[in-house]
Design a binder for this molecule. Structure first.
Ligand code: SF4
Ligand code: SF4
Length: 384
């Protein structure tokens, strides 16, 4: 097979150079780093800030760092944050209003220039999540212009998964562990007797230009073969799976299932799952004024469908019970998202499982609903 001319092998010095090249190009480089007992996403200035030698231990409602002997930088699965923290920030000012000497209010749209980010270490599930948010926030007639501006400037370095976590199920959602197109550069980490290295491929002209600036050597067969094998093995080591059924139909067929009462008895409606989810995008607006009443601001902030106010209409919240709020979230993620946006809203990253304080597991709920449907006790409402 002819070698891809946009592929190369880089070492850890190449990774360090990658961060410097991206920063020299005016980008804020965001990557994984160890902070406060977790692998978080933060601005990084050099390769020494990457989590070399750290892995993670994940379970429902459980997250721990664990040291690794191999010194790998990316042998960890999705952490508490996702890239939406940067592309679709948690809180953002929309406009300010000021009263002039004549008493008239002047409204000024916030025009802070969008940051140019380089994201280093985008897992394939998160690459899919970014594609999902692209469709939601800039794929239709009503575009979020600030999201689009940040997205157009972003440089994505995907890192394929070789170490899935116990809560990962990207394979069930067709979102990993290999990187799909959409990246500027893709890396696959290999640590073996041949050394610590990364099989690198460019996915865009910009990616090829950056790769050309790094210390590198041509792709060799052993590195490429090992990299491909590690990713293929990762696909067989997912900690979780979804039932192998059409999840969209499963959600439709189980709207009246008893299982929703069961999960509602455990759910705290805290909304952690929606905050951690890389595709959840809902926001609300907050207006604030100073004490004089001469200055006002409108802020947009993340909102959760678990919040009682989220469905507040005249007369009160439409979804007042925990039952209806969890069901809304799960059926939207796995079912009605297809109707709205043409894909699943879940990419199988497992964050909602790990960061749920009571360990509610969306895969376990889907399996339980599937069993209830098979037993013939979960009657759905036919969609109108
Ligand atoms: S499922 Fe878990 S994280 Fe989500 S709202 Fe309920 S208790 Fe909170
Ligand atoms: S629903 Fe859960 S597993 Fe699916 S994308 Fe959101 S956080 Fe990840």
């Amino acid at each position: 097979m002819p070698r891809d001319r946009s592929a190369a092998v880089i070492g850890t010095d190449g990774l360090d150079a990658l961060i410097r090249v991206l920063a020299a190009g005016g980008r804020t480089v965001i990557g994984p780093t160890v902070r406060d007992g977790a692998i978080v996403l933060a601005e990084i200035a050099g390769g020494d800030e990457l989590p070399y030698g750290w892995g993670v231990e994940l379970e429902a409602g459980h997250y721990r760092l664990r040291p690794r002997d191999d010194g790998a930088a990316f042998a960890h699965s999705a952490g508490p944050q996702s890239w939406k923290t940067y592309l679709h920030p948690q809180r953002e000012r929309q406009w300010t209003a000021d009263r002039g000497a004549d008493g008239a209010m002047t409204v000024t749209e916030d025009d802070t220039p969008p940051s140019s980010y380089a994201f280093l270490g985008v897992r394939p599930c998160d690459l899919r999540a970014i594609a999902v948010q692209d469709r939601v926030l800039s794929g239709g007639p009503h575009t979020d212009s600030r999201y689009r501006a940040r997205r157009e400037r972003a440089f994505l370095v995907a890192v394929e998964c070789t170490e899935p976590g116990a809560t990962c199920f990207c394979t069930s959602m067709g979102a990993g562990p290999a990187a799909e197109p959409g990246y500027d550069l893709a890396l696959t980490e290999v640590v073996d007797a041949g050394g610590h290295r990364f099989w690198a491929r460019a996915g865009s002209e910009e990616g090829a230009a950056v790769l050309a600036e790094l210390p590198r050597r041509p792709t060799d067969g052993a590195t490429e073969t090992t990299a491909r094998e590690r990713v293929a093995e990762a696909a067989d080591r997912m900690g979780r799976t979804m039932p192998e059924v059409d999840l969209r139909l499963l959600m439709r067929d189980t709207l009246q299932a008893e299982r929703w009462n069961d999960v509602a008895s455990r759910c705290l409606t805290c909304g952690n799952c929606t905050m951690a989810c890389p595709t959840c995008f809902c926001t609300t607006a907050e207006d604030v004024t100073d004490l004089t009443g001469d200055h006002a601001e409108r802020w947009r902030r993340w909102e959760s469908c678990f919040d009682l106010e989220f469905s507040h209409l005249p007369g009160g919240p439409v979804r007042a019970s925990g039952h209806s709020r969890y069901r809304q979230w799960a059926t939207h993620k796995l079912g009605t998202w297809y109707d709205q946006f043409g894909s699943s809203g879940c990419v199988g990253c497992g964050r909602c499982i790990v960061w749920c304080p009571v360990g509610i597991d969306i895969t376990e709920e889907a399996h339980a609903l599937n069993e209830e449907r098979a037993a013939g006790t979960a009657q759905g409402e036919a969609p109108s």
